[in-house]
Design a protein around this ligand. Structure first.
Ligand code: NAP
Length: 313
């Protein structure tokens, strides 16, 4: 079933009544500080109103600066944008959650967050080292804290009003279930890798049944080629409807009922990636029919991201 409304402006309600998430989001996983600032500015100018950040990306300061300038220049109110950031693995201990949240808020120069996510369900040794490793180079995990302990601390952030919603990321359905069952505040959003090669249908159905927003990252397959941007079905649909492969993939994601993140790094790409429109039903079904299956990001298995290209941990 496709939707025909303007995909660029579509908003999805949060299950706790705290607001709506624009379905089309701009992701800030950009290794270069200067590019982070120009890309954030360009995204706002192109029309993006949903900004996805993370402590782990080490650029919240630059995003905050660009947001402040961009909102002022564009006459955009804080209430008109939806900002997310994420708690990193080395801050899972409950006593570290509040300070980590406050530090992110400070770097982003915001007084509240629309959404705070647990970046991955893997707890690392607590501390300032984002990727603590032993002498053999193995990541040091922390078995002194459970995901539910961390979730309870996240719930307190909502209770004290600085954060409107909370959720999970890089997680599989079997790990979501116990949190969902025990949560006082149910997850509002689950952010995971998803694209035609990794449709995550079971998790998507779970989310839809419970009003949880399924937020897809890597909709363009992280831009890796050969890959989704050169898939013959995607190329054929793009040529037929006069859109680019990126526009086809972003439209498909929103039409199947997910929110989606993309990371254009230039003004032209920001305009391109924002200028999406609904696929005709036959095109939508052709993309659904792609049979290739591929996960690109190993983070869901280890908590260690393949998501900082070119940036040493
Ligand atoms: N929760 C997590 O663990 C997690 C993990 C990964 C990502 N994320 C979030 O998801 C966001 C999206 O990241 P992503 O890598 O998944 O984004 P993406 O948009 O799927 O891929 C970005 C890549 O696509 C290329 N690209 C962008 N627009 C294009 C276009 N119109 N035509 C051709 N190529 C294009 C970019 O190339 P150039 O580099 O040449 O511009 C870049 O290499 C991130 O910024 C981050 O916020 C979250």
């Amino acid at each position: 079933m496709t939707e025909s409304s303007d995909l660029r402006l579509k908003k999805i309600p949060l299950n706790n009544g705290s607001g709506q998430m624009p379905a089309l989001g701009f992701g800030t996983l950009i290794p270069d500080a200067a590019v982070t600032m120009t890309a954030t500015r360009d995204a706002l100018q192109a029309g993006f109103r949903h900004i996805d950040c993370a402590e782990r990306y080490r650029n919240e300061r630059e995003v905050g600066e660009a947001l402040q300038a961009g909102l002022a220049a564009g006459g955009i109110a804080r209430e008109d944008i939806f900002v997310t950031t994420k708690l990193w693995n080395s801050n899972h201990r409950p006593e570290r959650v509040g300070p980590a949240f406050a530090a992110s808020l400070d770097r982003l120069r915001l007084s509240y967050l629309d959404l705070y996510l647990i970046h991955t369900p893997f707890a690392f040794q607590p501390g300032d080292e984002q990727e603590p490793r032993d002498r053999d180079g193995n990541v040091i995990y922390d078995d002194g804290v459970t995901l539910l302990d961390t979730w309870r601390a996240m719930e307190s952030l909502v209770d004290n009003g600085k954060c409107r919603a909370i959720g999970l990321s890089d997680i599989t359905l079997d790990r979501v279930l116990p949190i969902y069952e025990s949560a006082k505040i149910k997850p509002a959003v689950i952010e995971v890798e998803s694209h035609p090669y990794l449709p995550e249908t079971e998790l998507l159905e779970f989310c839809k049944e419970r009003g949880i927003i399924f937020l897809a990252f890597a909709p363009l397959g992280h831009g890796i080629t050969p890959g989704l941007l050169e898939d013959p079905v995607v190329l054929a649909v793009a040529a037929r409807i006069g859109k680019t492969p990126a526009q086809v993939l972003l439209a498909w994601a929103i039409q199947r009922g997910t929110a989606v993140l993309t990371t254009p790094k230039s003004a032209a790409r920001a305009r391109e990636n924002f200028d999406i429109s609904a696929l005709p039903e036959d095109a939508f079904n052709e993309i659904n029919g792609i049979q290739t299956r591929q996960r690109l990001n190993p983070v869901v298995n280890t908590g260690v991201g393949g998501f900082l290209p070119g940036k040493p941990a």
